[in-house]
Ligand binder design. Structure first.
Ligand code: GDP
Ligand code: IMO
Ligand code: MG
Length: 427
C-alpha cells in the first residue's frame, strides 16, 4: 500500500504528536524519518499527558509497529529514559519498536559542541535545543558519524574514541570547558541498553510492509519553516523537515507517498531565534502564550506567538504538495473578539507580496492583515464540523479559500477526543 505523511507547516509544535496518536489506528506502522530529541510531541488521553522525543507517536496503540528511520539522529541516553517511562506506563515498547541500524548516534560530545557553537555565535545564536542535532548531522555529512548498527561491532569503542578526539580538538580550539567522564559512563550504559532492541534495516521493514498491503504513517518532526533548505536559514534545524525527508529518511520511493497532511496552528508560534513576521510583542501575544500554554515541550522555553501567516503557509503547502490541512488549537482563540490573519507582506521598498522574500533575516517585512470576527464562545460542546460556531466555520472556509486546500481536521483541545473530523475526511 502507501505512505501517508504528516508534516508541520510552521516552526514546529503544531500538534503533530496529538494528531499522529488520533490517526494511528488507521495504520499498521508509524515512522519517524528525521530529527531527534529536539522534537517534543505531546499526547493527551485518558487523563494522561505524555511527551515523546524520539519514539514515534503511535507507541500507545498496541497493535502498531513504530519505526525510528535512518534519517533520525538518536540519543541513546534520552532513548533509554523515554523507553523506561513508557514501560512504567505498561506500554509494550520492546516488541513494537524498530530502530534503523543506519540512524546516526548522538554522542555526549555532540551536545557539548552544540553548546560550544551557540556560545561562539553570541547574539547570532540559533536558539538550538542543545540536543546535539546540528553537530551529529554535520558528522553524518562529513562521513565520520557513528550509526546505531556500529554499536554491535567489536571496534565500536575505538571508533567512538576516534570521533570524540576530533570533537575534543574543536572544543579545545574554542576553549570550551566541559566534563565528559560522567556523561560517557551514562552513554555507554545506554548503548548496552539499546542492544536489546530490534536494531534492523528498517528500509526493508517499511518496504516489505508496503508490499504486504500495509499502510504507513510518516510522522514529521519540527516544521517546514525550520527545514535546512527551505526554512529561515540559518535559523533552522539541520534536517529536511519537508516531504523529501520522508524518502531519504525511510528509504521509500516518492511514488509510494499518498496523502501529505499539513498541520498548522490557528495562529503562529516559534521557539528559538530567527525571523517571525507576524510576531506580537504586545498583550495579545502574551495572551496567546498564556491561553495556548505556549512553552516548549522539550526545553520549557516560552514560545514566541503571533497571528497566522498565510504567505508562509502558502509556501510550505506549495513545497510539500499538501493534500489535506489540519488546523490545531482553535480553542485558544475562543475569547478573541477579532482574529487577524496576515495575507501579504509589505517589503521595505513598498512592494506588496504574498511570497517569502529571499532573506527574511535581513529584509524587514510588514505584515498586511485581514481581520475576521472571533466566535467568542467555548468549543467544549462542539462534536463535529456542523456544530461549529458560525464565525469558526467562516474562519475555516476563509482559510480554505486562501490556501486552496481543504481543512479535514479542526482540533479544539489537547485531548485525543477534542478533535473534529470533517465527514468527507477519510484518512
Ligand atoms: P508537536 O511538536 O507538533 O507534537 O506539538 P507540541 O506537543 O510540541 O505542542 C503542541 C501543544 O499543544 C501540546 O501541549 C499539545 O498538548 C497542545 N495541543 C494540541 N492540540 C491542541 C488543541 O487543539 N488545543 C489546545 N489548547 N492545545 C492543543
Ligand atoms: P517539534 O518536533 C519547535 C528549533 C529550535 C531552534 C532550531 C534549531 O516538537 O515540532 P536544533 O535543536 O534543531 O538545533 O534547533 O529549531 N526546534 C524546534 N522548534 N519544535 C521542534 O520540534 C523543534 N526542534 C527544533 O528551537 O530554534
Ligand atoms: Mg513540539
Amino acid at each position: 500500500m502507501s505512505v501517508d505523511v504528516l508534516l508541520g507547516l510552521q516552526w514546529g509544535d503544531e500538534g503533530k504528536g496529538k494528531i499522529v496518536d488520533v490517526l494511528a489506528p488507521q495504520y499498521q506502522m508509524v515512522a519517524r524519518f528525521q530529527g531527534g530529541p529536539n522534537a517534543g510531541h505531546t499526547l493527551e488521553f485518558d487523563g494522561i499527558k505524555h511527551v515523546l522525543h524520539q519514539i514515534p507517536s503511535g507507541v500507545f496503540r498496541s497493535d502498531i509497529k513504530n519505526v525510528i528511520g535512518n534519517g533520525v539522529v538518536l540519543d541513546p541516553v534520552i532513548f533509554r529514559k523515554e523507553v523506561e517511562a513508557l514501560v512504567q506506563m505498561g506500554v509494550d515498547v520492546i516488541d513494537n519498536l524498530f530502530v534503523s541500524n543506519k540512524a546516526q548516534l548522538i554522542l555526549p560530545t555532540h551536545g557539548l559542541l552544540d553548546a560550544c557553537y551557540e556560545q561562539a555565535k553570541g547574539e547570532g545564536k540559533i536558539g538550538s535545543t542543545l540536543k546535539g542535532i546540528g553537530p551529529t548531522y554535520q558528522d553524518k555529512i562529513a562521513r565520520v558519524g557513528l550509526r546505531v548498527g556500529d554499536i554491535l561491532h567489536p571496534n565500536f569503542k575505538s571508533r567512538y574514541q576516534g570521533l570524540v578526539e576530533r570533537h575534543r580538538n574543536v572544543l579545545d580550539y574554542y576553549e570550551f570547558s566541559y566534563d565528559l567522564e560522567e556523561k560517557e559512563q551514562v552513554f555507554f550504559k545506554a548503548i548496552e541498553y539499546l542492544k536489546q532492541f530490534q536494531l534492523t534495516d528498517t528500509t526493508y521493514l517499511v518496504n516489505h510492509a508496503l508490499s504486504d498491503n500495509q499502510t504507513v504513517l510518516a510522522e514529521g518532526a519540527q516544521g517546514s519553516l525550520l527545514d535546512i533548505d527551505f526554512g529561515s536559514y540559518p535559523f533552522v534545524t539541520s534536517s529536511n523537515t519537508m516531504i523529501s525527508g520522508v524518502c531519504s529518511g525511510l528509504g521509500i520511493a516518492p511514488s509510494r507517498i499518498n496523502e501529505v497532511y499539513g498541520i498548522f496552528k490557528a495562529y503562529c508560534t516559534r521557539v528559538g531565534s530567527g525571523p517571525f513576521p507576524t510576531e506580537l510583542f504586545d498583550d495579545t501575544g502574551e495572551r496567546l502564550r498564556k491561553v495556548g500554554n505556549e512553552f516548549g515541550a522539550t526545553t520549557g522555553r516560552p514560545r514566541r506567538c503571533g497571528w497566522l501567516d498565510l504567505p508562509a503557509l502558502k509556501y510550505t503547502i506549495m513545497i510539500n504538495g499538501i493534500t489535506q490541512l489540519f488546523m490545531m488549537k482553535a480553542d485558544v482563540l475562543n475569547d478573541f473578539e477579532e482574529i487577524k490573519v496576515c495575507t501579504h507582506y509589505k517589503l521595505s521598498n513598498g512592494d506588496i507580496t504574498d511570497e517569502l522574500p529571499y532573506d527574511l533575516n535581513q529584509q524587514q517585512v510588514e505584515p498586511v492583515y485581514n481581520t475576521l470576527s472571533g466566535w467568542k464562545q467555548s468549543l467544549d460542546k462542539v462534536e463535529d464540523f456542523s456544530q461549529m460556531p458560525k464565525e469558526l466555520k467562516e474562519y475555516v472556509i476563509y482559510l480554505e479559500e486562501q490556501l486552496q486546500v481543504s481543512i479535514g481536521i479542526v482540533s479544539i483541545g489537547p485531548d485525543r477526543k477534542q478533535t473534529l473530523l470533517k465527514t468527507e475526511f477519510s484518512a
